[in-house]
Design a protein around this ligand. Structure first.
Ligand code: SF4
Length: 234
């Protein structure tokens, strides 16, 4: 079978004070949006690297450390395209790990339902985030305070870094937490398939039961154009 053809381009972006030059490679043919997620992860990584380099240049330092999962108790907003990609990833995991995840997702779903946070209608994002964080609900993908899907973690997880002492991140209202000014490129993924929506990562399995389904395909470069268009328009 012939190898799938790919297209490569060098993206040159100005994001705030950051200048990003990043080669991006995507399938040339018509594919589902999920197939360009690895390229979007690479782009977000490049933006985060540039923000980190800028911080270091100005004398700052990131305090996040492996094994500190405080931020993995926050509400993690995930786009439909990333949700579909994560569901596909979960299907490839060994049965034992899938079962552990199934149980953790069920626990999280019950806690979110009991707190009345499953329905976002009429709630301000900040109010919802604080109420969610107050549940102290670990992300189902968190194992031993580390991300068990680190290479595949959502875009928004990549963008969250802090310079303040790690213990502040566990505080009830996260007072004194100083996030690094990373441009939120991840937001552009929300409208990639046209529905402009998100759901909390901890409700991935619940979302899977009612998620919108379509077999919309575009070429890889077209998906990236849509993503960049949404980002510039944000
Ligand atoms: S996906 Fe990984 S990094 Fe993101 S909240 Fe969950 S455990 Fe943390």
């Amino acid at each position: 079978m012939a190898a799938e053809a790919h297209s490569t381009a060098t993206l040159r972006l100005t994001v705030g004070d950051l200048r990003i030059v990043h080669p991006i490679t995507v399938p040339s043919g018509r594919v589902p949006a999920t197939d360009v997620v690895p390229a979007l992860q690479g782009l977000v990584n490049a933006v985060v690297d540039a923000a980190e380099a800028s911080l270091l240049k100005s004398g700052g330092a990131i305090s996040c450390r492996k094994g500190c999962g405080a931020c993995c108790r926050q509400l993690v907003p995930v786009s439909r395209t990333e949700g579909e990609r994560l569901l596909a990833l979960v299907r490839t995991l060994p049965g034992e790990q899938r079962e552990r995840l199934r149980q953790r997702f069920a626990t999280a779903e019950a806690a979110i339902d009991a707190a009345g946070l499953a329905d976002r209608a009429g709630r301000h994002d900040r109010e919802l985030s604080l109420a969610y964080f107050a549940l102290r609900l670990p992300c189902p993908f968190l194992e031993d305070e580390s991300c068990s899907i680190h290479p595949d973690r959502p875009l928004v997880c990549r963008e969250y870094l802090v310079t303040s002492p790690a213990e502040l991140c566990a505080g009830p209202v996260q007072e004194g937490v100083t996030p690094v000014a990373v441009p939120k490129v991840s937001m552009a993924a929300r409208g990639l398939q046209g529905d402009d929506d998100w759901f909390p990562l901890a409700l991935l399995m619940k979302w899977a039961k009612t998620r919108p389904k379509s077999d919309r395909r575009r070429t890889g470069p077209e998906w990236v154009q849509r993503f960049l268009g949404a980002f510039k328009g944000a």
